[in-house]
Design a protein around this ligand. Structure first.
Ligand code: NAG
Ligand code: NAG
Length: 493
């Protein structure tokens, strides 16, 4: 092993073991750092069922924005949601599923053809429709599906949300994100403003009565904060506020942890919170608001050391609707009335979304026999991920200093706008700056999305493309040749 490898592995061991020890994080743990250098009955307000049953169809769009076995949990979440909706009575023709579909038969999967979403969980993969898989999981297809525009679809099953004015739509997305951005297994990523424009367009087309959006991602609050107006009949909740990570759960080393043969997290904290609640209750007796409160408590995970702040946006009034209106209800739960207490066990621990890939590579490395090809491969994957992280962190920091000076640079980059304000004023310029950066410094990738606030602040400061190009060229003489930095999939913006 050369020296850098030894150092990187040591850092990984340190990071992982200190997380496993359940060490108390310092007081500022709300801004969860993952800098490579530091760590690697009927309830009031119920909607009349009869009216909804007779006059509206329930539609759902489910989307996992990632691929790769280390992201097992996002596709597991989506499959689980599909099973829940089917048991709730939604029809296949009304559920559109986006998932890369590289998990069930992945060579790393200890149970081929099976996906579970909790340690003692049963298979959630069987029967999931493969509407949009592989490279058909794109921003454009997602938007076209929401808008019900078949001619705009490329590949896939062609299924779209062909909804009418009395229909209800449920959208659930699970993946990595960053300020103002959500990941996709393909490039480009999904930018907040584009999503909001699509939602406005859908509203203007008069093709739904109300829409509920559940969003799991890091900094997911930033997708709606200051951007989603009231009056569109949209109610959104997010796993995290605009400036913090969201969390994977049922990870190796957690309590409860996955079966020992799983070297990956099985679910995400916010996601399993809403689904495990919905799995067991009569949805006619639980409102969106009640679920929001319950999920908020569970996702906060005691003192936020391993949790995040669940947020709500848009037409909050809609949250007095029963969940039944959107996700139906499983007849087997008819006698399980929701009662106002959180009897779900909060997780003791969870893994920062951004570090879940490292947990996978590390667990794989740790368990592989000494001298085996598997050990060598895990080590290579770990080192590649770490080199990419360090490269991105360092180059963004340096660009800030080059543009604004050594002292002011970090301040400008880390500035957080007051609540209620969008991340950036000009999203077009933000994308231009990201592409300029990537031209010189390589792809941001999944991990690099965390720096979107820095790019937004550079943009808000009025920096032009040419200045960005100069600074990026100076900061990045070269970039790592590993898969994370590669531009072969195109720009992320
Ligand atoms: C549907 O998509 C096509 C192709 O992108 C576009 O030309 C058309 O205007 C869209 N239709 C509607 C109703 O938005
Ligand atoms: C609910 O309880 C009633 C009365 O005890 C019973 O007849 C019915 O079978 C139960 N339903 C379910 C789905 O268990």
């Amino acid at each position: 092993m050369n020296r850098i490898v030894v150092v990187l592995l040591f850092l990984g061991l340190y990071a992982y073991s200190s997380a496993s020890a359940g060490r108390d994080l310092p007081g500022d743990h709300l801004r969860l750092p993952s800098e490579a250098s530091r760590f690697f009955g009927r309830v009031g307000g119920a909607v009349d069922d009869k009216e909804d049953d007779s006059s509206g169809i329930r539609w759902a769009v489910l989307i996992a924005g990632s691929n790769g076995y280390w992201n097992y949990r996002h596709q597991a979440d989506i499959c689980h949601a599909y099973q829940l909706l089917r048991q709730g009575g939604l029809k296949d023709e009304n559920i559109v599923v986006f998932m890369y579909d590289d998990i069930a038969f992945n060579e790393e999967n200890p149970r081929p053809g099976v996906i579970i979403n909790k340690p003692d969980g049963h298979d959630v993969y069987n029967g999931v429709p493969k509407d949009y898989t592989g490279d058909d999981v794109t921003v454009d297809n997602f938007f076209a599906v929401l808008l019900g525009n078949r001619t705009a679809i490329t590949g896939g099953s062609g299924k779209v949300v062909d909804s009418g004015p009395n229909d209800h739509i449920f959208v659930y997305y699970s993946d990595h994100g960053g300020p103002g951005v959500l990941g996709m297994p393909t490039n480009p990523f999904l930018y907040a403003e584009d999503l909001i424009e699509v939602l406005k367009k859908k509203h203007a087309s008069g093709t739904y009565k109300s829409l509920v959006f559940y969003l799991e991602a890091c900094e997911s609050g930033s997708i709606f904060e200051g951007l989603l107006p009231e009056g569109l009949n949209i109610y959104a909740t997010t796993a995290a506020n605009a400036e913090e990570s969201s969390w994977g759960t049922y990870c190796p080393g957690d309590n409860p942890s996955p079966p020992p043969e799983y070297e990956t997290c099985l679910g995400d904290l916010y996601s399993v919170a809403w689904m495990e609640d919905s799995d067991i209750h009569n949805m006619r007796t639980e409102t969106l608001h009640q679920q929001y409160e319950l999920v908020k408590t569970r996702t906060a995970s005691e003192n936020y050391a391993y949790g995040s702040h669940v947020m709500q946006y848009g037409d909050i009034d809609l949250s007095k609707n029963n969940l039944f209106v959107y996700i139906g209800t499983n007849p087997a739960n008819d006698n399980y009335t929701y009662i106002d207490e959180n009897f779900l066990r909060p997780s003791k621990k969870a893994i920062n979304q951004r570090d879940a890939d490292l947990v996978h590579f590390w667990d794989k490395f740790r368990k592989a026999p000494e001298g085996s090809p598997r050990k060598v491969e895990a080590q290579k994957q770990f080192v590649e991920a770490m080199s990419h992280r360090m490269h991105v962190d360092e180059s963004v920091k340096l660009i800030g200093k080059l543009l604004f000076g050594i002292e002011k640079g970090p301040k400008v980059l880390n500035n957080v706008r007051p609540a209620g304000q969008p991340l950036v004023d000009d999203w077009g310029s933000l994308k231009t700056l990201v592409r300029t950066f990537e031209t010189h410094c390589g792809s941001l990738s999944q991990y690099g999305m965390k720096h979107m606030r820095a790019f937004a602040n550079i943009c808000n400061a009025g920096i032009l493309k040419e200045q960005m190009a100069d600074a990026s060229a100076q900061a990045c003489v070269s970039f790592p040749s590993g898969p994370w930095s590669s531009l072969h999939k195109g720009f992320s913006a």
